[in-house]
Design a protein around this ligand. Sequence first.
Ligand code: SF4
Ligand code: SF4
Length: 134
Amino acid sequence: MKVTTDKLNSNLVKDVEEISGQKVSACFQCGKCTGGCPVVWAMDVFPHQVLRYAQMGLVDELLHSKTLWICASCQTCDSRCPRGVDIPKVIEALRLTIIREKGGNYLHPKDLPARVRENAPQQGLVSAFRKYAK
Ligand code: SF4
Ligand code: SF4
């Protein structure tokens, strides 16, 4: 893994900070987020490492990480963070970055059972169309 000034000044890092509203440089790598994450066992990049990679501009490595799609946005990590970093927002910003780069939706409404279409909250449906592959 190579860190270069290009990576450190990457627009993607700035985009992630802008989308998430979080200052990734605030993280001082205490690891409390990772210590509390209930699904850390399934992650290939741990929550504190997500912040470290973002600080180092290693966005490509993050964008290919399974962690982004495993995080359940449960917010356990940000409730433990002594620096007030909202980690799920950073992870969501990384997901959005991928979605924007790829463009388009992954699911079509007709792919969902009628019961789900009728009862699921609209916001959840729109989010699912964008995020989840078939
Ligand atoms: S929000 Fe995501 S990273 Fe944070 S504790 Fe929950 S599952 Fe883990
Ligand atoms: S808890 Fe906060 S300060 Fe500590 S490693 Fe996680 S994001 Fe960084």
